[in-house]
Write a protein of this length. Structure first.
Length: 982
């Protein structure tokens, strides 16, 4: 029968009903194997009949002339074609046997492979048959049907026309949604991408698209045969978007991830040709709902790990599918989808944000995007948070600086999103992974660049706060496993903060930002953790192995937030890096900025320098002292130039506090039971000097008062100092002479900064402030011995240096450029001999004379009391008696060398007794020239020098004699050469 039909194709329509009824009869009664044979016979007839239809009949519209020599077709070819293919559809629909259905699909596939390009009116039946296949849930049948769909969409799409192409895509979407074969769904996604690319090339005006007029040339592009109008192309793309949207919500993770990735890729590639209405439909009806759905599912899905799926059995054992730990739960799989959605949305916004912000719901979409990003950054899911940070960072880098693209409201919302992420990542209960926190630091840098481009100072100030917060809270529970490695270096977050400083450093014209930037660095200079560790060690407490596991908390930052102790991570290593950065950025800062930040900077440096008295081996105080000697000379000229009384008052107070902490140890809470500076005998003498500075006419009375105070406390202080010295020597036996010399030089450099930079700015100081600075230098002469912790005898050189510095400051006034007097010989701002320097010179001379009077009286008392040699040595200050003796000799040498402008000594005569006034009057009468009164100050201490004549120490008596000869020469009693060459 098959052969008869093929031999009489011109009568096929007449005979087809008989043949088809016979086929159906056999299919209903025969065995399954016979049914397959019948279907194969049906396929032979269909294929043979289609082969005899004229090729031109494949055109959508109907007829074409027959080939030469061929018999004329009895009816419209499309009708015959439709009849044949509908027969296959009816056989498939009426049959329930899977093998028969598969046989029908094989027939259809073979027919399409041979005659697909010739089909015209039969496409409707083909698509209906293929669309019905997935409903049976037969994997084998689905695979066969999808092969046919692939063939149509791949090889015949260009000739289908817009309507049939849409129908083909609808059928393809059905295959993508089926749940029997995941590979079919994945391949459907690839098919949709290819068709979208084909439609893009077929669009009017596009490369490879349909030209406005027919050129008559054969097209070479795969999509050249497809001719679509703009509206037809948009409709097909909308259908593709809808199909991919459905696949992007598929419960199978591999399918939805692939569908989501492809959807964003198609929108990105075709976005340039979409109309405004299509854009709104795509964004608000597809993409943003997908993002919301994925995020909701990632939050609400189960995080319970699923067991490995069984693949089958091998040699009697079950074979399981091994799943990576990052995908072994439903929530983790949805997390991956969120990552893809965020990445795709970020790429889309970067490419088309200029258009998107102009849409009707642009602000609402941006707000929704920021909410999702905030929620993702604040969570503990590493990949999701990284994706959110990456999206926001790329958006700010691409469009943050463009006001025409990102409006003020959108920009402010983005800045707020960054702040939410930082707040979540930098707090004591942080659960944000380390990699996310590192990216957040980079995101802060990107926000700073965008804020600079926009001129938004408020956002730039926020960046400073963010980085400070990250630096203070660099740890989280995620870092516990890395705590051992972090104990030997900086935490990664702090390294990232330090690396970000060059990117966020202000420009020269951003003065407000400079002030906040330097203040931020200064606030980080807090040695609380170091001091707490020292106290813990002194109390015998068990210190944690590293700050992560032990949760080491700084005493200065022992705060409570929500009942949880805040962990401080301002370690010595980090503070050293911050000090280096502070010096690096303070120097090039504008003058007004240096003046405004000097007080805060010096205050923090002083706190770090004071660590010297608690943890001597700590490198922080040395670095802070070096920074002090670098920053103060840079800041003082700016402070004077600013001429702001409030700034000056704060700066002078901060400088005095820092110097008292470092040089004198005042206000330091010692971790051991050493005597404090307030109860030491030597410091009592310093207090006497301070009393003298407050009363210019009480030089002798000050020395008497200090002697009485010293006599009452000296024995106890000496015992405490000796015990402290012994403890220090036993605790630090490895101190080398080289390190001690280096520390002494550093201390001398700080002292130089005080006398040469700070006291040189005396014209802008109020008198109490000036007296306080001079008292610091004077206090260094009698500094308690326990402050020199490593080398107890190292204080000798510093004591003599302080005496000489008083001499330098006193001699600075009136020292002209001719260098005729010794006071200017140190090269310390010698040209500043103006009237403004007189108060500093007077204050220094007052302190120097009071100190000399006190030391001479102490030496005289030691001789007068008739004490034994051991007691006399104790009175001289050290176990061998040598340090105090050398100090007295140094003092006498300074007196002999000092030459002053007469105005300096005259300023001390107010309130002096009558005898001193008479002596000075004699000197004035004897002086025939101004130079003859350069040692009038010796007359102010003349009574004490006279008492020192009776000293038994030969060197002391000789020096006292020389000084008295100089005083006599001042009175005109004789001419004596100065011990120092003039």
């Amino acid at each position: 029968m098959t052969d008869v039909l093929l031999a009489n194709t011109q009568r096929l329509q007449d005979l087809w009903a008989v043949f088809l009824s016979h086929v159906l009869e056999v299919l209903a009664a025969a065995q399954p194997s016979a049914r397959v044979v019948v279907v194969e016979a049906l396929g032979r007839v269909v294929s043979g009949a289609l082969a005899r239809i004229p090729a031109a009949a494949a055109a959508p519209g109907g007829e074409a002339p027959a080939a030469a020599g061929a018999p004329p077709a009895p009816g419209p070819p499309s009708g015959l074609e439709h009849m044949l293919l509908v027969s296959l559809e009816s056989v498939y629909g009426g049959e329930r046997e899977p093998e028969v259905r598969r046989a029908v699909l094989r027939v259809l596939l073979s027919t399409l492979q041979r005659h697909g390009e010739r089909l015209g009116g039969g496409w409707g039946a083909v698509f209906r048959l293929l669309a019905a296949v997935p409903e049976a849930r037969d994997a084998a049948a689905t695979d066969l049907g999808f092969q046919a769909v692939q063939l149509v969409a791949g090889d015949f799409a260009a000739g289908l026309g817009a309507a049939r192409l849409r129908r083909c895509l609808e059928v393809a979407a059905v295959y993508g949604a089926q749940q029997e074969d995941v590979n079919v769904s994945l391949t459907t996604i690839s098919l949709l991408w290819n068709v979208a690319d084909l439609v893009g090339r077929a669009a009017p005006g596009s490369e490879g698209g349909a030209p406005d007029g027919d050129t008559g040339e054969e097209a070479v592009s795969p999509g050249a045969g497809l001719r679509l109008t703009q509206e037809e192309g948009d409709v097909i793309l909308e259908l593709i978007f809808s199909a991919l949207q459905g696949l992007a919500s598929d419960p199978r993770p591999e399918v939805r991830n692939s569908g989501l990735r492809t959807l964003f890729a198609v929108v990105m590639s075709q976005g340039g040709r979409l109309s405004r209405a299509r854009w709104e439909a795509c964004l608000w009806d597809m993409l943003f709902p997908l993002l919301r759905h994925a995020f909701h599912m990632s939050v609400t899905s189960s995080r319970e790990e699923s067991g490995p799926a069984a693949l089958g059995r091998s040699r009697g054992e079950t074979v399981h599918l091994v799943v990576h730990h990052s995908h072994n739960s439903e929530a983790k799989q949805w997390d991956e989808t969120v990552v893809l959605a965020l990445g795709g949305m970020g790429r889309l916004l970067r490419a088309h944000l200029t258009l998107i912000v102009t849409l009707d719901q642009g602000e609402a979409g941006w707000e929704e995007m920021m909410v999702v990003i905030e929620s993702c950054m604040a969570g503990a899911r590493k990949r999701v948070a990284l994706a959110a940070v990456g999206v926001l960072g790329s958006l700010l880098a691409a469009h943050g600086g463009r006001r025409d693209v990102l409006g003020e409201a959108a920009w402010a919302r983005a800045v707020r999103a960054v702040e939410v992420g930082v707040e979540a990542a930098a707090n004591p209960t942080c659960r944000v992974p380390l990699a996310v926190r590192l990216e957040l630091v980079g995101l802060a840098g990107a926000a700073r660049g965008a804020a600079r481009a926009r001129g938004d100072a408020g956002a730039s100030l926020a960046v400073h706060r963010w980085l400070e917060r990250c630096a203070r809270h660099p740890w989280s529970d995620d870092d516990a496993s890395n705590g051992g490695a972090a104990a030997y270096g900086l935490p990664p977050v702090q390294k990232a903060v330090l690396a970000a400083l060059p990117a966020i450093a202000p420009q020269p014209d951003e003065e407000e930002l400079w002030i906040d930037f330097l203040a931020t660095l200064a606030r980080l200079l807090h040695p609380g953790q170091i001091l707490e560790a020292a106290r813990s060690a002194a109390d015998g407490e068990q210190r944690p192995e590293h700050p992560v596991v032990g949760r080491q908390v700084s005493a200065a930052r022992l705060l409570t937030e929500g009942g949880v102790e805040v962990q401080s991570a301002l370690s010595s290593s980090f503070l050293l890096q911050v000090l280096e950065a502070l010096v690096r950025y303070y120097t090039p800062a504008p003058s007004g900025v240096r003046a405004a930040t000097l007080a805060a900077t010096v205050g923090c440096l002083g706190a770090c320098m004071a660590v010297r008295h608690t943890v001597y081996d700590e490198a922080l105080w040395r670095a802070a002292a070096k920074a002090f000697t670098s920053i103060v000379p840079q800041g003082l000229p700016a402070l004077v130039a600013a001429n702001d009384p409030k700034l000056e008052a704060r700066a002078w107070a901060a400088l005095a506090d820092a110097l008292e902490l470092f040089l004198l140890g005042r206000g330091v809470e010692f971790p051991t039971t050493e005597p404090t500076p307030e109860n030491g005998a030597a410091h009592a003498g310093g207090a006497g000097m301070e009393a003298a500075t407050r009363d210019p006419g009480s030089i002798q009375m000050a020395s008497v008062t200090s002697d009485a105070h010293q006599a009452s406390n000296q024995d106890a202080a000496q015992q405490q100092a000796s015990a402290a010295t012994a403890a220090v020597q036993s605790d630090d036996p490895d101190a080398t002479a080289a390190s001690a010399a280096s520390d002494s030089e550093l201390e001398a450099a700080v002292l130089d900064t005080l006398t040469d930079a700070i006291l040189a700015s005396a014209p802008s100081m109020p008198p109490p402030t000036l007296d306080r600075f001079v008292a610091i230098v004077d206090g260094g002469v009698c500094r308690p011995p326990w402050l020199a912790r490593q080398l107890p005898h190292a204080g000798l050189g510093f004591s003599q240096a302080c005496l000489r510095k008083l001499y330098v400051v006193a001699a600075r006034y009136g020292a002209g450029g001719d260098g005729s007097r010794g006071g200017g010989g140190d090269g310390l701002r010698n040209g500043e001999g103006e009237e403004g320097q007189l108060p500093a010179a007077v204050a220094a001379l007052r302190a120097l004379l009071a100190r000399c009077d006190h030391m001479v009286q102490a030496a005289v008392d030691a001789k007068t009391l008739g004490a034994e040699e051991g007691a006399a040595r104790a009175r001289y200050g050290g176990p061998s008696g040598q340090p105090r003796l050398d100090e007295v000799l140094c003092m006498l040498e300074v007196l002999a060398s000092l030459t002053l402008d007469p105005a300096v000594a005259d300023a001390l005569l107010d309130g002096a007794d009558g005898q001193l006034r008479q002596l000075v009057g004699v000197a004035r009468g004897c002086a025939g020239r101004r130079r003859g009164r350069e040692r009038t100050h010796l007359l102010l201490i003349y009574p004490a020098l006279v008492q020192a004549v009776a000293l038994q120490e030969p060197r002391l008596r000789e020096m006292v004699r020389d000084v008295l000869q100089l005083a006599g020469a001042e009175l005109g009693l004789g001419v004596a050469a100065s011990p120092r060459a003039e």
